[in-house]
Design a binder for this molecule. Structure first.
Ligand code: AFP
Length: 345
């Protein structure tokens, strides 16, 4: 009989008598329950009618897959039984202002990585819990540092829930027999210096100089200024990249680039970058746009995009240095690197 602490037990122990903390506890428990239902669907794929078929486009123009919509419905149903101030979802154009007197509000990406669904790759759910503001419509204009909790679920070989309520990061793994999440990683820390980077290298010609020079350095490996070889990963699923970084370190980059519509990158601030940044910082890592700390940013709009560079603190600091010292970036982009690096200029 396994003795691991369950998510419910952990939440009860952390919540105490404080009404705000108990509201957070109830919301996380409801999101966890919804994620078990979504996990069931993703694990059955086509047998559950999940084919990755496009069902139209969401407000931001992203292709909406069948599971995006079903996951959004499941999460809304699970939260519907709770007092929630404002709900915000990647799949909905505007905020849902539900109960202005409720202490907490939730923003979520019901299914991140949905372009992977029919290729059997890991996908996930991301959520951010904020205090509801006096004017509820302003709740998700608060900086990321105002978050009360953040988490994500990876529907992969294991279904794992990663959670912070501001006192470190815990990882819970779904026990399919008892249908409970059990604590499998407590106070997780990201290794401060790593040799693995994740970026979609097909966009190299669109990157700004600092990102190009950082990746060039990584590709130069032991022959370059880093003095060590790097490995590369790109799964195309933020939750999978984030989980790997929590477990073994590394750096993830989805920078701004020159493509139309990608001037601020691809990822959304409110329900992707803010929660990921809270988790990564709580695990000792860093999360920046290149020049700005993600948690310091106050959104101007609900579906605002933001460049996201996060992971092992020393690697993130190197990228930040390159953004603050343009001459460093320009030098690293000199022809010498171009002829010796992976990418020919
Ligand atoms: P989808 O949800 O449309 O699959 O997008 C996933 C994502 O937002 C993020 O999870 C990935 O890291 C990133 O997009 C992959 O983007 P590219 O397809 O441009 O590499």
């Amino acid at each position: 009989m396994s003795q691991e602490l369950t998510l419910q037990q952990r939440l009860e122990a952390c919540a105490g008598p404080d009404p705000l903390h108990r509201a957070v506890k109830d919301a996380v428990a409801a999101l966890a329950q919804a994620s078990i239902e979504i996990s069931d669907l993703t694990s059955r794929g086509a047998l559950a009618g999940i084919t990755g078929q496009a069902r139209g486009r969401n407000t931001d123009g992203d292709v909406q897959k069948d599971l995006d919509v079903r996951a959004d419905d499941i999460i809304r149903a699970a939260l519907g039984r709770l007092p929630i101030g404002v709900l915000a979802s990647e799949e909905m154009a505007d905020l849902d202002i539900l109960d202005a007197n409720a202490p907490i509000s939730i923003a979520f990406d019901p299914l991140d990585g949905s372009s992977n669904i029919n290729t059997n790759m890991s996908v996930g759910t991301i959520f951010s819990i904020m205090p509801t503001t006096a004017d509820p419509s302003a709740t998700f204009t608060q900086p990321g540092s105002a978050q009360l909790a953040a988490g994500f679920v990876v529907y992969g070989p294991q279904t794992s829930l990663v959670l912070t309520i501001g006192h470190g990061v815990d990882i819970f793994t779904l026990d399919r027999d008892s249908r409970e999440y059990k604590l499998t990683g407590s106070m997780v820390q990201i290794p401060p210096d790593a040799n693995e980077f994740a970026i979609n290298s097909s966009n190299r010609r669109h990157w700004d100089a600092p990102v190009r020079s950082y990746i060039e350095e990584c590709v130069m490996g032991a022959e370059g200024p880093c003095g060590k070889d790097f490995n590369m990963r790109w799964i195309g699923s933020l939750v999978a990249e984030a989980f790997r970084i929590l477990v073994r370190g590394g750096i993830f980059l989805y920078p701004s680039d020159g493509r139309r519509g990608y001037e601020e990158g691809r990822l959304r601030l409110v329900y992707e970058a803010h929660p990921m940044a809270f988790i990564v910082e709580q695990a000792g890592g860093g999360a920046i746009t290149g020049r700005t700390r993600i948690l310091d940013i106050s959104p101007a709009s609900l579906h605002q995009r933001v460049p996201l560079i996060m992971g092992s603190i020393k690697n993130v600091q190197r990228v930040e240095h390159m953004h603050s010292q343009p001459e460093v970036a320009l030098e690293a982009n000199a022809p010498l690197f171009g002829h010796r690096g992976l990418f020919r200029i």
